[in-house]
Design a binder for this molecule. Structure first.
Ligand code: SF4
Length: 225
């Protein structure tokens, strides 16, 4: 029987607790748009904006380039504030995708070149670039955003408060398979948003409390308190 890591056990518990979760888009351009819409937004508003962009058929670099400005603006505004900044980031991204039609293939290739190709993209940052490599380019890399970092640290992964040590600690317990990395990111990040929140984690309802050093501290070691 295959060895089951501690992380596997934790992820199984989260999967049972939350059920199926929606995954980020797999198409590189749509995922870039998703990233731009996600900043300072909520999943509901971001998805509404993405659906509106799909409805006006603006989800390819060329189509967004040609889209009527007013329609584009109205769709992007559904994500919440910062419409101007989002439109600017989208224009830059459209430009980069149109100038490099080989980009989707490039990011699926060797990692150093893939990382270099993503560097010029506005609003991606480390976690966004890693999400792109994982979801749109099939690289087994764990994106560590603020939520994954927080949950990882509370569960005892990583020694210092840097994304790199948490990433190493978590990735060490994952099989080298893209699907395993995708599942880990989705459930840890969702858990950080829904239950293991920054200022007030809901340890008393958390399915991981019996395995969590921070949760035990906060509940006095009594799961369910
Ligand atoms: S027990 Fe508390 S600190 Fe630990 S993962 Fe759950 S919510 Fe976060």
């Amino acid at each position: 029987m295959a060895n089951v890591s501690r992380l596997d056990t934790l992820l199984n518990a989260l999967q049972k607790f939350y059920g199926a979760l929606p995954a980020p888009p797999r198409d590189p351009f749509t995922l870039f748009v998703w990233e731009v819409l996600s900043v300072h937004s909520t999943p509901r508003k971001r998805d509404a904006a993405l659906v509106a962009l799909k409805r006006i058929r603006a989800l390819t670099p060329d189509a967004m380039w040609r889209a009527a400005q007013a329609k584009l603006e109205a769709s992007v505004a559904l994500a919440g504030p910062y419409t101007e900044q989002r439109l600017r980031a989208l224009r830059t991204g459209v430009d980069l995708f149109r100038r490099s039609p080989e980009l989707p293939a490039l990011i699926k290739g060797p990692l150093p070149a893939a990382r270099r190709a993503l560097k010029p993209f506005p609003q991606l940052g480390d976690a966004g670039a890693h999400r792109m490599l994982l979801f749109a380019a099939d690289h087994p890399i764990l994106p560590v955003d603020a939520r994954v970092n927080r949950v990882g640290l509370r569960l005892g992964y990583g020694e210092r408060k840097t994304a790199r040590t948490v990433q190493t600690g978590l990735a060490r317990e994952l099989p080298p398979a893209v699907d395993a990395f995708r599942r880990a990111f989705q459930y840890l990040s969702h858990h950080g948003a829904a239950t293991c929140t920054e200022s007030d984690p809901h340890c008393h309802i958390c399915p991981l409390v019996s395995e969590c050093p921070e949760g035990k501290k906060r509940t006095g070691g009594r799961p369910g308190d």
